[in-house]
Write a protein that binds this ligand. Sequence first.
Ligand SMILES: Nc1ncnc2c1ncn2[C@@H]1O[C@H](COP(=O)(O)OP(=O)(O)OP(=O)(O)O)[C@@H](O)[C@H]1O
Length: 234
Amino acid sequence: MLQVQDIHSYYGKSHVIQGVGLEVKQGELVTLLGRNGAGKSTTLKSIAGLITPASGKIIFKGQDMTLLPAYRIASQGICLVPEHRGIFRLLTVEENLNLGRKKGSPWSLHDIYKIFPRLYERRRNGGAQLSGGEQQMLAIGRALMNNPRLLMLDEPVEGLAPVIVEEIVAQLKLIKAQGISILLVEQNLEVCMQLAERHYIIESGKIVYTNDNASFMNDAYVKDQYLGVGAISH
Ligand SMILES: Nc1ncnc2c1ncn2[C@@H]1O[C@H](COP(=O)(O)OP(=O)(O)OP(=O)(O)O)[C@@H](O)[C@H]1O
């Protein structure tokens, strides 16, 4: 469904993404892991068209997306939920959701509230009144209203309490069950291992590892070497 082929992206002269290649298949949940500053967010932004890669190709559903502007990429079905969520703080939950709705999208408010019952309870509240977890749910719900085929999530559970993290994991499973592919950037490895079929690790702008979830879970060396967490997480 998504093929990223040898992309290079820059901030000014800074060569941040140095030949990244990865693939997400239909209905798959794939993670992109790596230490701070490794290039995870920049990879997502390059796929979403917020940064135009200097070279390489991004193919989605067989079409070349590499040079398309962000709004065209979104209309093709790639949605990025950015790290800082980007919801409208002065609008209500329901207004935020309605703003995300693409014409012809099969997603209704009812569908979103079925996945996120908390958003139903908070539907008349302003974005600014929501907790961090509710804001994250709203950001994901708003992206669903745009009818994505590929959802890219940048650290969706960062800073959230464990009980909320569990809720969001369960919600992501429901979303995945709808056949939506997910590319997940997340530092919480337990969450990644609960959800993903495969993992990629990026280091200094290059993919240095890829494997299926079962192999990754048992590979303490890789976790320690690239993520610095081998000893504490499996
Ligand atoms: N707008 C920017 N201008 C210049 N350099 C940037 C910009 N955004 C990020 N960088 C640099 O690009 C590199 C990759 O950043 P990126 O945000 O993609 O990393 P990351 O893996 O997502 O890390 P984190 O988990 O800290 O967000 C880092 O060295 C970062 O300092």
